[in-house]
Design a protein around this ligand. Structure first.
Ligand code: NAD
Length: 270
């Protein structure tokens, strides 16, 4: 039996894309899962083209497909009270939190001259402040349980190098990498590890936006996606949510790996 069987994981953004892939894998490992998502964003600049995220509805469907060991929770990671309530609901359902996967994230693409404060704030609020709020609440809960725990933040290769028109997104993901390394040192003596996964290119709804944003005149979204993979990924293949789930299982079990930001990117080295 997996050493993760019976452990409790809270996954933000757990209804779609990479979060869904991690949820399904953790489910197969026998974990108890709280999948958090949001249907209506407060922020207006997102890759959804509006405030309707459908994230809670999606999390509800994933929880249902996993079965009795999974619940869905509606929570906005940019709101401290909702983050606290999310943690309390998880503890009420399953008795504690062993693993936090902080996967909620948003993106837009804007040349610097066109970037509004709203664009900047929307991306920083979810990706950077959301990391702070969810990690802070998880550490408090793990301390109540006597320490020990695993925190896994989903950063990006954009947290290691810059990409034109993604200044705000890159700043937010560099923030996640730095935050992770600093927090890891702060809680290391309590048996809590804090790491991040840096995905490269995964075919989720987030990449749907980039396929349009990065298009040259006349290019189809499929052509943009193929060009991005050929240009940036030495293996010339995209990564998958299952690849991210493999790394999540590793971080969720490794006792002596902390403060790391591990690329799962097919060899990108820009
Ligand atoms: N797809 C990629 O190639 C790629 C690459 C690098 C990093 N990432 C990161 O992976 C993570 C997951 O992205 P994805 O590609 O699966 O896209 P996605 O759009 O499917 O996932 C984002 C999730 O975040 C949730 N969310 C957004 N705002 C929220 C809020 N305020 N509160 C709670 N939940 C909120 C959404 O509902 C959604 O479930 C993100 O952090 C993203 O930056 C993705």
């Amino acid at each position: 039996m997996s050493s993760l069987a019976g452990k409790v994981a809270l996954i933000t953004g757990g209804g779609t894309g990479i979060g869904k892939g991690i949820a399904e894998r953790f489910g197969r490992e026998g974990m108890k899962l709280a999948l958090a998502g949001l249907d209506q964003a407060r922020n207006s600049a997102t890759h959804y083209g509006g405030r309707n995220l459908g994230g809670f509805t999606a999390a509800t469907l994933v929880a249902k497909s996993i079965g009795a060991n999974a619940i869905a929770i509606e929570a906005d990671v940019t709101d401290r009270a909702q983050v606290q309530a999310m943690v309390e609901k998880t503890v009420k359902a399953f008795g504690g939190i062993d693993v936090l996967v902080n996967c909620a994230g948003v993106i837009t693409a804007r040349p610097i001259a066109e970037m509004s404060e709203d664009d900047w704030d929307s991306i920083m609020d979810v990706n950077a402040k959301g990391t702070f709020l969810t990690n802070q609440a998880a550490v408090a809960q793990m301390r109540k349980q006597g320490g020990a725990g695993r925190i896994i933040n989903i950063a990006s290769v954009a947290g290691k190098f810059g990409t034109a028109t993604l200044t705000h997104y890159c700043a937010s993901k560099f923030a996640v990498v730095g935050f992770t390394n600093a927090l890891a040192k702060e809680v290391a003596r309590e048996g809590i590890t804090v790491n991040c996964i840096c995905p490269g290119i995964v075919d989720t709804q987030m990449w749907t936006l980039l396929n349009t944003a990065f298009a040259n005149p006349g290019e189809t979204p499929e052509q943009v996606y193929k060009r991005a993979i050929e240009r940036y990924v030495p293996q010339n293949e995209p990564q998958t949510s299952e690849d991210m789930a493999d790394m999540a299982v590793f971080f969720a079990t490794a006792p002596h790996v902390t403060g790391q930001a591990y690329n799962v990117d097919g060899g990108m080295d820009l």
